[in-house]
Design a protein around this ligand. Structure first.
Ligand code: Z5A
Length: 214
């Protein structure tokens, strides 16, 4: 099997506890088994600057951060990660699996926080210098189920998770809106299914859209 559209940027989106990390680990292993050069990243983070920014955002309970400042911090991390990590790997022909990207900023800050979808999209375009994913999976899950899953884990990030359920329902609605608006790029996945079924559905979508049998 060969890649039709090599290199590839595949992004993973969804609310808390939707299963992105679990899915990425399995897909990474599948690509490796097929001898692809593949790497995973997460946002915010992934570079020295990005990890500092992650730290700043994590501890927002100690100082106020306004909504525009919040967007700019997420985008600082993304822009640096694209420059230092993502772009160089794509240039070498890698498959890059990215845990969150612009759709997170549009869903969380642009729509759920109310900054505005169009403005947030424009800021994202600037920060990522027009680098769009080849494929995006949105893992759709009732936030009550997702938050329940994460409460069972040791989590470093609790700032946005601690926002009320209404906020997380808005995030879910925002992702559904984005999936409707971008059907060619975004594949909506029912994340309430068992992990193995989620992995198989995503792999089938990757094969169908991005891989060709030789
Ligand atoms: N954020 C933002 O606001 N704006 C932005 O631009 C960006 C981010 C980039 C990052 O948190 C936070 O930043 C996030 C959005 C915001 N908000 N919050 N809060 P993070 O990086 O620390 O975490 P996360 O991205 O929200 O991921 P997560 O909560 O760790 O969940 P996950 O990676 O999607 O799920 P998981 O770790 O794979 O699975 C969670 C648990 O469920 C685990 O025990 C699994 O074994 C289990 N699991 C997984 N799949 C299944 C299925 N299918 N069934 C049952 N159980 C499952």
């Amino acid at each position: 099997m060969t890649l039709k559209n090599h290199p590839l940027l595949i992004t993973f989106e969804g609310g808390e506890g939707a299963g992105k990390s679990t899915l990425i680990e399995h897909l990474l292993a599948r690509f490796e088994k097929l001898n692809y050069q593949v790497m995973k990243t997460r946002e915010p983070g992934g570079t020295l600057l990005g990890e500092q920014v992650r730290n700043l955002l994590l501890h927002q309970d100690k100082y106020p951060i306004g909504s525009i400042s919040e967007i700019l911090l997420f985008l600082t991390s993304r822009s640096q990660q694209i420059q230092e990590v993502i772009k160089p790997h794509l240039d070498k022909g890698y498959v890059v699996l990215c845990d969150r990207y612009n759709d997170s900023t549009i869903a969380y800050q642009g729509i759920a926080r109310g900054v505005g979808q169009r403005l947030t999209q424009e800021l994202c375009t600037l920060a990522c210098n027009y680098l769009e994913p080849d494929l995006t999976f949105v893992l759709d899950l009732d936030p009550k189920v997702g938050l329940n899953r994460t409460q069972k884990m040791e989590k470093e990030w609790d700032r946005l998770e601690s926002l009320d359920l209404t906020f997380h329902e808005k995030v879910r609605g925002a992702y559904l809106k984005l999936a409707k608006e971008k059907p060619n790029r975004i594949v909506l996945i029912d994340a309430s299914l068992p992990a193995q079924a989620v992995i198989e559905q995503c792999w089938q979508a990757i094969e169908k859209r991005l891989l060709v049998r030789t």
